[in-house]
Write a protein that binds this ligand. Structure first.
Ligand code: ADP
Ligand code: MG
Length: 859
């Protein structure tokens, strides 16, 4: 382990690696004890006692009272089967969410063996010296040993939103955040012994307010529930009117209600989202709440930063301008060796600039199997540059004062040996230099030249202080500077970015780059990756219009670049775009990006770089920091949403077929016999329909997912209603009733004549039942796509569905053919002719769906 030229702040070397490992084995990982969960049986009971279940319990009780124990028992079976199904789905969804949580990175910088090391926060031990910077989550209870001006956001513990200033000696608690400044602290308590753990034990899990999808689904479920109770009541009244015994009337009412209630809907939606989230996680996109899966699919505007997201964040200083001339450097990665070319005095001057820049850094480089960056890659690049020019062993003196980087000042300085050393964005440094005139002109020229080539440029300067101890205000000290040079850094674009930008365009998603960097650097990179389109433009943060409407109008186009943007401006941008109806995804990695991330519909934080604060505020964490991952996540989000619509369509279609017999019976005033009974309906709803619905929830993304513009629509909208209630449902119902009638005809019934009863009627009912189940087979395949017929999708591309259909067919045979089962359900094996008609259910639905899709496609 070797560090170079690592910051020199006071508190010793920290623990040795050996000691830390020993303590870790002794004390265990730094983890909160698993939250006490509601015991499983209470969660199961909850599934048996929610609103729907209570409705059904009530119906079942009435059935017993009315002397219909079979119906009463059947309804209880429905409640239990449903409850268990929902319970299992819920558990699976929760497990998935839990596993996602474990993927969230929790690294922290500590001092061990006298060097800075990045470790997993779970590997902290008591006595570790933790290095904190703005945006970090405090990983354990710490006693501060250094405190510059370091403030902490303790709102998670105290509810107090103003950051609190803490000096050395103070105790800060796990779960709070560093708001601003830098500090170091020694771990005093961790894991279960922290104050946070004490509080967490008191409060049971905090409930998130329901998101838009939750609300939408609750709305659908409630509508369907009240709708079904309403329809049931109407039928009850109608049956009494036509003079049926109130017992039978009640039977019909319950049947209809149960048929329409969307039993398995909620848990299937949740599971679908969880599966979507899991697929996203495999692609390095980690959602922090399941809702985000759906919102991602609706995204219409992505605001991305540049450094690290569009670029690799592997910096390399390739060129340095100094008053004495320019040098160029070639070197691999962060290794402290490289090839330097340039005139002798320029090399010496560049070395001085490099060392000053490295001294004014918190991050550096370290050697394990290869040379790596510790902390900010840009600072690591400066450290490597300094070592390449000045040799690996030159170390700056101890830092006595540090004025940390903040995105408003855009510079950072330290006091070493009575001198102020500073690095920062050139436009934040050059105006503060003592020199004016020709030298600054040359610097500006060099800056423009480097920026136009896409290099990230940093200025380095210094000043000798007369009374270094008296300096308190950085803005007063950072002036009359002596300009040491400009460092030009290469940060190559990520490989997948240009393709991802094209995909975004194809998907109707606009992309803007919001960066803190120089406008010319931003322009060069944006052009290189193909972001800056023909209608795009580069604006500076300070030139953005104050009027929100103007701002929205200015930005609402593809390929805008905003440079030198501040966190407040990002927040405004998100709001302005939302006001124009956009669903905005916004990336952010800084301490002050929290508000913008929360404002955006999808806040995106970085898993590798970026602050804990940003991750805490985000809905989506990119584990690989890559812009392209956002697009993958959008695709999965859209696919998941489509899947929910798929099984909704499927489920609602059978409702139409289930309701039709009751409607005919009611409309005929009880003359026309009932083709399906309550138990058969239940059998379809919670029997044969279940697996195909689940399989539709796992349909792979269609290859057109990203080739369409985003649609913000309700889960249940007109298109879906027309398709279900105008096309699929009626077709299935027509085949169902035809099969029923054919069976009656076979039994000798003629129009106008007396309807048969007994076995003939049972066989006809069996025909209707078979027709619905087979119709649902066709529907399952039809619902695989909203635009294309199933034969274009490849029959084998959803294996799960093939299995589900096979099970469905076997179940059909059992339900019809096993006599005791068939007796309970109230049907019998239909005559062959009727069975033939029932079989037509599959092609009939497929053909109707094909025609519908073709007509819609033409329009
Ligand atoms: P971005 O990451 O989008 O380029 P930042 O807000 O992180 O933007 O940085 C803005 C500018 O501030 C950078 O272009 C750079 O010039 C300067 N800068 C960034 N980090 C540091 C730092 N640690 N020390 C000094 N200057 C910095
Ligand atoms: Mg940055």
């Amino acid at each position: 382990m070797q560090a170079h030229p690592g910051p020199q702040v006071l508190p010793g070397d920290g623990l040795t690696g050996g000691e830390a490992a020993a303590r870790l084995t002794r004390d265990g990982p730094n983890q909160l004890p698993a939250a006490r969960r509601v015991p499983w049986w209470r969660r199961l009971v909850a599934q048996l006692t929610h609103f729907f279940a209570l409705l059904l319990w009530f119906a079942s009780a009435l059935a017993f009272v009315a002397g219909m124990p079979e119906l009463g028992i059947a309804v209880i079976v429905v409640i239990v089967v449903n409850g268990i199904f929902a319970f299992v789905q819920q558990e699976r969804a929760e497990k998935a969410a839990e596993r996602l949580g474990e993927l969230l990175p929790t690294t922290i910088v500590v001092r061990r063996d006298g060097a800075l090391r990045t470790v997993d926060a779970r590997d902290l031990v008591v006595g570790d010296v933790v290095v904190l910077t703005g945006g970090d989550r405090v990983p354990a209870d710490l006693t501060l040993v250094v405190a510059g001006r370091c403030t902490f956001d303790e709102s998670t513990l105290t509810g107090e939103s103003e950051p609190v200033l803490h000096e050395a000696g103070a105790v800060v608690f796990a779960g709070t955040f560093v708001a601003e400044g830098e500090s170091e602290g020694v771990v005093t308590a961790m894991g279960a012994h922290t104050r946070l753990a004490g509080i967490a034990a008191l409060t049971t899990s905090v409930r998130r307010p329901p998101g838009p999808l939750d609300l939408e689904i609750q709305r659908i479920v409630r509508t369907l529930a009240f709708g079904s109770v309403g329809v049931g009541t109407v039928f009850f009244a109608v049956s009494l009117l036509v003079g049926i015994s109130w017992r039978d009337a009640f039977l019909f009412a319950v049947g209809i209600t149960v048929a329409l209630v969307p039993e398995g809907l909620l848990p299937t939606v949740t599971l679908s989202l969880a599966m979507g989230a899991q697929r996203m996680a495999k692609d390095n996109a980690l959602v922090r709440n399941l809702e985000a899966v759906e919102t991602l699919g609706a995204t219409t505007f992505v605001c991305t930063d540049k450094t690290g997201t569009l670029t690799q964040n592997r910096m390399n200083v390739v060129e340095a301008w100094t008053p004495a001339g320019t040098v160029t450097v070639r070197g691999e990665g962060y290794a402290p060796t490289g090839e330097v070319t340039g005139p002798e005095p320029a090399v010496a001057a560049a070395a001085t600039a490099g060392l000053a820049g490295a001294a004014a850094s918190k991050g550096g480089i370290t050697l394990d199997d290869e040379w790596r960056a510790v902390g900010d890659p840009m600072e690591a690049a400066i450290a490597a540059f300094a070592a390449r020019l000045a040799g690996p062993d030159v170390q700056p003196g101890p830092v006595t004062r540090r004025f940390v980087f903040d995105p408003r000042r855009r510079r950072e300085s330290v006091i070493v040996d009575g001198r102020l050393l500073l690095k920062g964005a050139p436009d934040a440094v050059l105006p503060r230099c003592a020199e004016t005139g020709e030298l600054i002109d040359r610097a500006e020229e060099a800056l423009a030249d480097m920026a136009s080539r896409g290099l990230r440029v940093l200025a380095v300067a210094r000043r000798t202080l007369t009374d270094p101890g008296a300096v308190t205000d950085p803005d007063l000290a950072e002036r009359d500077l002596e300009l040491l040079g400009l460092l030009g850094m290469e940060d190559p674009p990520r490989i997948a970015v240009p393709a991802a930008l094209r995909a975004a365009r194809g998907a109707g998603i606009k992309v803007a780059m919001l960066t803190g960097d120089h406008p010319e650097t931003a322009r060069a990179i944006a052009r290189e990756i193909g972001l800056l389109g023909p209608e795009g433009k580069v604006v500076q943060g300070k030139d953005l219009p104050d009027d929100d409407q103007l701002l929205g109008a200015l930005l609402d186009r593809d390929g805008v670049v905003i440079s030198r943007v501040s966190p407040e401006q990002k927040l405004r941008v998100a709001k302005a775009l939302q006001d124009r109806g956009h669903v905005v995804a916004m990336t952010g990695d800084g301490v002050n990006d929290g508000p913008a991330l929360r404002q955006a519909d999808i806040g995106v934080a970085m898993g590798e770089s970026g602050t804990d604060v940003a991750r805490e505020a985000a809905d989506l964490v990119l584990l690989d920091d890559d812009f392209a991952t956002i697009l993958t996540a959008v695709e999965q989000g859209r696919a998941t949403y489509a899947n929910i619509r798929r099984f909704l369509s499927y489920h609602l279609t059978s409702n139409v077929a289930e309701l039709t017999p009751f409607a005919l019976w009611g409309l005929s005033g009880g003359q026309f016999p009932l083709a399906l009974g309550v138990l058969q309906i239940l059998c379809i709803d919670i029997g044969t329909d279940l697996l195909p619905a689940l399989a539709l929830g796992g349909e792979p993304p269609s290859r057109n997912t990203l080739k369409r513009p985003p649609e913000r629509r309700h889960l249940v909208d007109r298109t879906l209603l027309v398709r279900v209630f105008g096309v699929l449902g009626p077709t299935e119902a027509i085949v169902e009733m035809s099969a029923f009638l054919v069976a009656l005809l076979v039994a000798g019934w003629r129009p106008g004549g007396e309807f048969p009863t007994g076995t003939a009627l049972l066989a006809a009912s069996g025909a209707a039942f078979a027709a619905v189940v087979l119709g649902q087979v066709g529907t399952a395949f039809a619902c695989r796509s909203a635009t294309r017929p199933p034969w274009q999708l490849g029959w084998g591309s959803n294996r799960l569905l093939l299995w589900a259909v096979l099970v469905e067919l076997v179940a059909l045979v059992v339900f019809l053919g096993v006599v005791p089962v068939a007796d309970v359900l109230g049907h019998a094996v239909p005559p062959l002719e009727a069975l033939g008609v029932a079989l037509l259910g599959i092609p009939a639905v497929l053909v109707a769906d094909f025609v519908y899709k073709a007509v819609r496609g033409r329009r």
